[in-house]
Design a protein around this ligand. Structure first.
Ligand SMILES: Cc1cc2nc3c(=O)[nH]c(=O)nc-3n(C[C@H](O)[C@H](O)[C@H](O)COP(=O)(O)OP(=O)(O)OC[C@H]3O[C@@H](n4cnc5c(N)ncnc54)[C@H](O)[C@@H]3O)c2cc1C
Length: 420
């Protein structure tokens, strides 16, 4: 069938938003989604609660995306977080802000957000076809039209918006289909790697810590190259550090703080090693902790294990004592100054050697993608192929946990839809 003004490939966050915007402008829009239902990742996001965006201004979103963030300025200007919230609410989905700044639907149902985006596009006259996997795309040089091939039929359109996402959670349909199509049309794709994925370690005491949550830890990845001289320039990258919740698991570390820094670990070539440096009490200075120990010595004759367990979870206290070779039953007053210094040092810098990440199977996003300099940041149109637009995770953009990735997908999808 021919005659579409715009075909959107991928009915995820960027595609659904972009299709709605373009249809509101009066374009005849068709969305093709591989899955039997639209927005599979929206449905599973935020533990099925969908962390829609973050309560901040557009500059903080730009910063959160590191070096590549500036590319988002224009898109965020047109659709900042406050506009995402307004649009979702206008579709009848009330939102709430949690203490972390994350925005969720009041209902805690990701399905409500997905339904709102589908409603927005269908009310504007766009058509959504699910269960249709695109196999290939081509552009007719003479007419400038795009041909979109599926297993059953071919479609043509004047404009094409590719929003096929990345490689993470491939079971969702995101198997990187868009990359080779775009490479064939002349685009460059940077090396790809999993991001926002749990970290793997094989330290022997991991099973003892399994299930422990630390609500507020500060973590930094240290990258050591083959010669372990520690002079890797990536050490200076602010995205190697993160602060937030941390969960010990049977395989290593999960939770927002470790996952936020995972992009650096999955980037490591063979022979490189890394470790996670955890500050278990980021609000306390070493001197504060020394003084705290001093005061505790004067108040009663408790043993070191009980005292330490007031600062950190009991099982972590036990590991710290084991590593520092201090007998847990020892009365605090009898613990040497050297041992106390050692314990403070380990609370502030608990080192966990890493052996990699859980990869794409458990990654929330893909780092890397279509090179940003090949896409016009003011329109999301390809600089190489007229009429071709790109949005969402397929671009070389990945942000931290907290609603930043949906915000980038919505804003780039919106700008693409506006610019046609
Ligand atoms: C478990 C999990 C939880 C997450 N939670 C959050 C969160 O709470 N907040 C947040 O901001 N981000 C979250 N993310 C990240 C967020 O889901 C992505 O950043 C976002 O969905 C990217 O949007 P997108 O439109 O680019 O890609 P996607 O939403 O992945 O959409 C791409 C779509 O394209 C379709 N597709 C692919 N190939 C084809 C083809 N050949 N033909 C037709 N269709 C195709 C796919 O089926 C898919 O539906 C989470 C991710 C995961 C995996």
């Amino acid at each position: 069938m021919s005659g579409w003004d715009l075909i959107v490939i991928g009915g995820g966050a960027a595609g659904l938003w972009g299709a709605g915007t373009a249809a509101q402008k009066g374009l005849k829009v068709l969305v093709l989604e591989k899955n039997n239902k639209a927005g599979p990742k929206i449905l599973m996001s935020g533990g099925t609660r969908c962390n829609i965006t973050h309560d901040c201004d557009w500059r903080q979103i730009v910063e959160a995306f590191g070096r590549e963030g500036r590319f988002l300025s224009s898109a965020l200007n047109y659709l900042p977080p406050v506009e995402v919230i307004r649009t979702i609410e206008a579709e009848g989905v009330a939102t709430k802000r949690e203490v972390t700044g994350k925005i969720f639907p009041v209902s805690d149902r990701a399905m409500d957000v997905r339904d709102a985006l589908v409603r927005r596009l269908t009310n504007a006259g766009a058509e959504l076809r699910t269960g249709v996997a695109v196999k290939d795309i081509a552009r007719d040089e003479a007419s400038g039209e795009f041909q979109i091939k599926t297993d059953f039929e071919s479609y043509t359109s004047h404009k094409l918006l590719v929003c096929t996402g990345g490689l993470s959670y491939p079971g969702c349909g995101t198997t990187g289909d868009g990359y080779p199509w775009l490479q064939k049309l002349g685009h460059t794709v940077t090396p790809l790697r999993p991001a926002l994925t749990p970290l793997v370690s094989s330290i022997p005491w991991l099973t003892d810590l399994q299930g422990i949550t630390i609500p507020d830890a500060s973590v930094t990845v240290e990258l050591l190259n083959g010669s372990t001289d520690g002079k890797d320039s990536k050490k200076k990258d602010p995205r190697l550090s993160s602060r937030g919740g941390l969960l010990w698991t049977h395989f290593g570390l999960s939770g927002p703080a470790p996952m936020n820094v995972s992009r650096a670990v999955s980037d490591l070539p063979a022979g490189h090693h890394s470790s996670l440096h955890i500050d278990l009490l980021p609000d306390s200075k070493p001197d504060d902790l020394q003084q705290w120990f001093q005061k505790a010595t004067q108040t009663g004759s408790r043993n070191i294990s009980n005292v330490l367990s007031e600062l950190v979870p009991k099982r972590i206290a036990q590991i710290l004592l084991e590593i520092s070779q201090v007998v847990p039953e020892k009365p605090l007053a009898e613990v040497s100054k050297k041992n106390r210094n050692d314990l403070v040092e380990r609370i502030k810098n608990f080192v966990v050697p890493l052996h990699g990440t859980r990869g794409y199977m458990k990654a929330e996003v893909t780092a890397g993608g279509v090179v940003l300099s090949e896409v016009n940041p003011h329109t999301m149109e390809s600089k190489l192929v007229p009429g071709l637009f790109l949005a969402g995770e397929i671009l070389n953009l990945d942000g931290p946990i907290g609603g930043f990735n949906f915000q980038a997908a919505f804003s780039t999808g919106h700008l693409a839809g506006m610019s046609m």
